[in-house]
Each structure stands twice: as structure tokens, then as C-alpha cells.
Design a binder for this molecule. Structure first.
Ligand code: SAM
Length: 296
């Protein structure tokens, strides 16, 4: 890892737990249909803004393993003579995957301005919530705005839902005990209204939802598995009863506290507002994926 890059908590959580981003949530991020939707909803409608150009310079800020970047690049290759596309991310494991797709990469923390400039288009999918405070989210958006050309566009897909859905999801995943190496997963989902407000505050214009990509869902158990699958197989392979029982305690506490959090929200909101459905002893928690288009 580049020692100069400070990694934030959530990027660090994926990195140290060895999360394979192309596989999480049923392979959402590598699914071609979801990539095609992003292009159809977010990119096709703004193509004419670039029609006077031969060359178009693009970056995917928080592009991870480069699945979306690869799809957008190959689509735009059919429209323009020269395309330059770079994937910027702080997770070196993901960038290695992006390089295998023949994409240029830059290892950087999006919260620190990295002198990346001159982009016609910056794309982003499912990144903002890794940055755990409104202040950091604003900083990240401010840096994106600075990296864009004056006439540039920012197309972003946000994991979101009602205010109540976001608050409940934040409480569940930010419980201490989720991460195998300890600590709290600090993490922040925000509603579409809050996001639009942040975009306007940093100076983006004409911010609008261009449409919706396929939404997603997880259960409390699936969220646990995302970060603990590797640890679980290690612990069980050692056959140490004390260690197994400590692991199970941690897992059960995460689950039962998760249920308590959901029940607390059910005291004041209905299932539809919270976007949840009971599934056995667990709950399926859904979220939406609107695609926003903003101009600089
Ligand atoms: C859920 S993944 C999505 C990856 C990719 N955008 C896609 O749609 O396939 C979120 C990505 O954002 C990156 N990320 C989040 N916050 C970041 C930050 N402050 N600096 C650099 N990368 C960040 C993570 O490392 C991760 O690769």
C-alpha cells in the first residue's frame, strides 16, 4: 500500500477483511445489467454536451475494481476518438483488479485533494457512505468539483432510502463488534434530499435524479458475513472451543442488537417507510440506488 495514502475506516474495513467488492451483495457491482443501467440513465442523456469534443477525459472516483469504469469506457469508446479513463481509489487490492482490466489507476484518499484535474466527466457509484460525517462527505464532493473542468459533469449513484431507512441502517452497521479486528464501523448513508443539499452547498448545479438503477438489500446476517466470513472459517478450522465461543458471542450480540435497533424504529415508523420485510428471524433491509446528474 502507498504509505502516503491515509485510509478511512470503511475502506480499511473492506481492505483488512479481504472483502471482494465484485462478489458482495450477489455480485451487484460486476453485474453487466447494473453497469448498462448506469450508462443508459446517467451517461446517455448528457452525451450531447460533449459532442464538440474528440477526446474525453474521465475518472471514476472510488472506482474500486473498475467494473463500472470498464463499462463506461467501452461505451464511450464507440462515441469518441480518444478516451482517457482513470480509476481513483484508496484500496490497493481493488486497484490491482482494475489494472487487470487495462485501466489506469491512482491510489488516493478522495478526502485529500490529489491534484487530479481537468476531467470532463467524473463518475461515482456507492462511495459516499464510506465517509462517515457530513463534513467528510462535503469535502469529498468539494474535491470532485475541483477536479472537474468548468463545463464538466458529475454522475453519481447513491445508496439511499427514506431518512428513517438511512438512520436505521447506519445504526446497525456502526455497532461495535461487526469488525473482526475490533472498533466501530463508522459509516453514513444519507437521504436523497440531504445529498442534493450537499451537492448544492459545494456548488454543483442542476442536480437532479436522472432515474433509478436496481436497488439492493441485505439482512443483518449477510452484513455480518461480509466482514467476518474469512475470520469465521479461520476460527472454526483451529477447533479452539474458547475462541469459537467468543466468536459466536460477538456474532449473536451483533444480530440481537440489530433486531433491537429495527424494533426501536418500528415503534415510530412502519415497515414500508423503513423499507424492511421480516424474513424468518432476520429482516431484509432494502435501499434505493438513484443516479444523480450534476453540472459543474
Ligand atoms: C461499494 S465500493 C464501489 C466500487 C465501485 N464504485 C463500483 O461501483 O464498482 C466503494 C468504493 O469506494 C472506495 N472509497 C470510499 N471512500 C473512499 C475514499 N475516501 N477514498 C478513496 N476511496 C474510497 C472504496 O475503497 C471502494 O472501492
Amino acid at each position: 500500500m502507498n504509505k502516503d495514502v491515509k485510509i478511512n475506516n470503511d475502506v480499511g474495513a473492506d481492505y483488512s477483511s479481504g472483502v471482494k467488492i465484485e462478489k458482495v451483495f450477489g455480485g451487484y457491482f460486476s453485474d453487466q445489467k447494473n453497469i448498462d443501467d448506469f450508462i443508459r440513465i446517467g451517461i446517455e442523456p448528457i452525451l450531447e454536451k460533449f459532442k464538440s469534443k474528440n477526446e474525453i477525459i474521465i475518472a471514476d472516483f472510488g472506482g474500486g475494481a473498475g467494473n463500472l469504469a470498464e463499462g463506461v469506457k467501452s461505451f464511450l469508446n464507440q462515441q469518441f476518438e480518444i478516451i482517457s479513463m482513470v480509476v481513483v481509489d484508496a484500496n490497493p487490492d481493488y486497484l490491482k483488479e482494475a489494472q487487470k482490466k487495462n485501466l489506469d489507476t491512482v491510489e488516493a484518499n478522495l478526502l485529500e485533494y490529489s491534484n487530479l484535474e481537468g476531467y470532463d466527466l467524473i463518475i461515482q457509484r456507492a462511495v459516499l457512505h464510506y465517509n462517515e460525517s457530513p463534513k467528510k462527505q462535503k469535502q469529498l464532493l468539494r474535491n470532485i468539483k475541483k477536479s472537474l473542468n468548468k463545463e464538466g459533469y458529475f454522475v453519481s449513484q447513491l445508496s439511499t432510502g427514506s431518512k428513517e431507512n438511512c438512520a436505521m441502517r447506519n445504526e446497525i452497521v456502526n455497532q461495535a463488534g461487526l469488525l473482526p479486528h475490533g472498533g466501530r464501523r463508522t459509516h453514513l448513508w444519507i437521504s436523497p434530499e440531504e445529498y442534493t443539499d450537499l451537492l448544492s452547498q459545494v456548488g454543483f448545479e442542476n442536480n437532479k435524479i436522472a432515474g433509478f438503477a436496481k436497488g439492493g438489500s441485505w439482512t443483518i446476517k449477510k452484513m455480518w458475513d461480509r466482514f467476518n466470513k474469512n475470520t469465521e472459517s479461520e476460527v472454526f478450522s483451529k477447533n479452539d472451543r474458547d475462541e469459537i465461543s467468543r466468536y459466536n458471542e460477538r456474532k449473536n450480540a451483533f444480530f440481537s442488537n440489530g433486531i433491537k435497533i429495527i424494533n426501536k424504529y418500528l415503534d415510530t415508523s412502519d415497515k414500508e417507510t423503513l423499507m424492511i420485510e421480516q424474513s424468518g428471524e432476520d429482516f431484509t433491509i432494502s435501499y434505493q440506488y438513484p443516479i444523480f446528474v450534476s453540472s459543474n
